[in-house]
Design a protein around this ligand. Structure first.
Ligand code: GLA
Length: 413
C-alpha cells in the first residue's frame, strides 16, 4: 500500500515550521505522485488534472468554529493528491490508492453508504445543490495524511475533490464556496456536523503562516509563525477517533441548547460568539449543569484564541504556550473530548518545564495528536522520553510528525 511509503523510520524528528525542508520527504511525495499518475494512465489512459490538498493543524481555538468563534489553523505539508479528468459519461470512476479499492457510480445515484466514497458523493451532491451540475469523472487519489490522527484527511479529500471539479467543469466557485460544499459533504453524507475550520484551512493555507479565521464572517488574517528556538512537535497517540460517532454532534447540540436558553433574555444572540462570560453566568441556574459547563468552555476558548494571537504578535511565547495548556485542560475536564492517552502526553509535556512551553490535544478529540511547543535543542531527548514512557504505559508506540506550513489546495506538481 502507498501509505507504507510514508512510514517514518526515524521516529525522532527535529522540525521547524516552514524553515526547513526535508529532501527525503519531498522525494517520497514525488513517489506518490508518480504512482497516482501511473495508475491513472493504466486505468484511464488520459491526461489528468493533478491537484494536491493539504491536511491541517490547529494552534488554538478548538470546538469554537461551529460557534462562529475564532480558530488558528494552518495547512501542513501532508497531502492528498488527485489525478482527475472528465469521464464523458454520467459515471464517476474513482480509485483510492491507499485503500486499494475502486468504485464506479452514476452521478444520478448518489446515496450515502458506509465507505470513503461518501465524502466524494457528498461533494458531487453539493455542486448540484449549488446550481452547478457536473458530469462524470475519472479519478485516482492517495496521499500521506494519517487518517484519524486529527490532521483532517477527510477535509483534504473533500476540499481537493471540490477544487478539482470546479476547475474541470469551469464552475467559477470561489474558495469559500468550495469550503462550504466540502463541509456540506461531511454534514449530509458522512453525518458529522463539523464546523468549517478544516476545509477552510486546507483551501486557504498560506506558507509559513497560520490563519486567524473568523468563523462568522469567514475571513482571515494571516499570522506569521516563527518562534525562535522552538518547534511545534505533533505526537500521534495512535488512538483512532471516530468523530462521527455521536459525541462531536452531542457537543454541538449542547452549545445550541445553551444559546436557546440565553435567547430568552438576550434576543440578539446568534451563537456563543455573542455571549460574554458575565452574560453566561446569569444562566448558571437556568441551564442544565452540563450545558453550562460546555458553553463556558467555548466562551473562554473564543477569548483565549484572541489572547493567544495578541501574545504571538507581541512575541510573548511563554504566555502563548500557557494558553495551550489551558485549552487542553478545558477540553479534557470541561468539554470532555480528551482521552487518557492525550492527557498523559500533555501531562508529560507540562512537567518538562525546561523543554516544553505549551501543549494540548488537537482537533475534534477522543484520540489523534497533541501539538507541543518544544525547545529545539530538547526535541530529541523529549521525544525519547515520551516514546519510552508512552510505550511503557499504553503498550503502543506514538508517532512524531515532521510538518511545515504550506499553501492551500492547488495544482500538484
Ligand atoms: C473537527 C471538526 C472541526 C472543528 C474541530 C474542533 O476537526 O471537523 O470543524 O470543530 O473538530 O475544533
Amino acid at each position: 500500500m502507498v501509505a507504507d511509503l510514508f512510514t517514518v523510520r526515524n521516529r525522532f524528528i527535529v522540525f521547524d515550521f516552514g524553515f526547513q525542508s526535508s529532501d527525503r520527504y519531498t522525494c517520497k511525495m514525488s513517489e506518490v505522485l508518480q504512482s497516482i499518475r501511473k495508475v491513472f494512465k493504466q486505468k484511464f489512459n488520459e491526461q489528468p488534472l493533478v491537484i494536491k490538498a493539504p491536511g491541517r493543524i490547529n494552534l488554538i481555538g478548538e470546538h469554537t468554529d461551529y460557534n462562529e468563534g475564532f480558530v488558528l489553523p494552518a495547512a501542513i505539508d501532508r497531502y492528498i493528491y488527485f489525478a482527475i479528468s472528465k469521464s464523458k459519461t454520467d459515471r464517476c470512476n474513482v480509485y483510492s490508492l491507499d485503500m486499494n479499492e475502486g468504485v464506479s457510480f452514476s452521478i444520478f445515484d448518489l446515496n450515502p453508504g458506509e465507505t470513503w466514497v461518501n465524502y466524494l458523493m457528498g461533494v458531487l451532491d453539493g455542486f448540484e445543490r449549488a446550481g452547478k451540475p457536473i458530469h462524470g469523472v475519472d479519478c485516482v487519489f492517495g496521499g500521506d495524511i494519517p487518517a484519524g490522527a486529527g490532521l483532517s484527511s477527510s477535509a483534504a479529500l473533500c476540499s481537493g475533490f471540490a477544487y478539482g471539479l470546479n476547475q474541470l467543469f469551469d464552475c467559477g466557485l470561489n474558495r469559500v464556496q468550495l469550503a462550504k460544499i466540502a463541509q456540506y459533504s461531511e454534514h449530509e453524507f458522512v453525518g458529522l456536523q463539523c464546523g468549517i475550520m478544516d476545509q477552510y484551512a486546507s483551501l486557504f493555507g498560506q506558507k509559513d503562516n497560520a490563519l486567524l479565521l473568523d468563523c462568522r464572517s469567514l475571513t482571515h488574517e494571516a499570522i506569521p509563525i516563527k518562534i525562535p528556538g522552538y518547534s511545534f512537535l505533533l505526537i500521534d497517540t495512535k488512538v483512532k477517533h471516530n468523530l462521527a460517532s455521536t459525541e462531536y454532534n452531542a457537543r454541538r447540540n449542547a452549545c445550541e441548547q445553551g444559546v436557546a436558553g440565553i435567547l430568552a433574555k438576550y434576543s440578539d444572540v446568534r451563537s456563543l460568539r455573542d455571549v460574554t462570560h458575565s452574560m453566561l453566568a446569569e444562566f448558571k441556574n437556568d441551564l442544565a449543569a452540563d450545558t453550562f459547563v460546555k458553553c463556558l468552555y467555548v466562551v473562554e476558548e473564543i477569548r483565549r484564541t484572541q489572547q493567544a494571537v495578541a501574545h504571538l504578535k507581541k512575541k510573548e511565547w511563554v504566555q502563548f504556550g500557557k494558553l495551550l495548556f489551558q485549552t487542553h485542560w478545558g477540553l479534557s475536564q470541561a468539554y470532555e473530548v480528551s482521552c487518557p492517552e492525550l492527557d498523559f502526553l500533555v501531562s508529560m509535556a507540562e512537567a518538562e518545564t525546561d523543554s516544553v512551553i505549551g501543549a494540548r490535544m488537537m482537533g475534534g478529540g477522543f484520540g489523534g495528536c497533541t501539538i507541543n511547543l518544544v525547545k529545539v535543542e530538547k526535541l530529541e531527548s523529549f521525544q525519547r522520553k515520551v516514546f519510552d514512557q508512552y510505550v511503557a504505559t499504553f503498550k503502543k508506540e506514538p508517532d512524531f510528525y515532521l510538518v511545515n506550513l504550506v499553501d492551500g489546495v492547488g495544482g500538484g506538481t
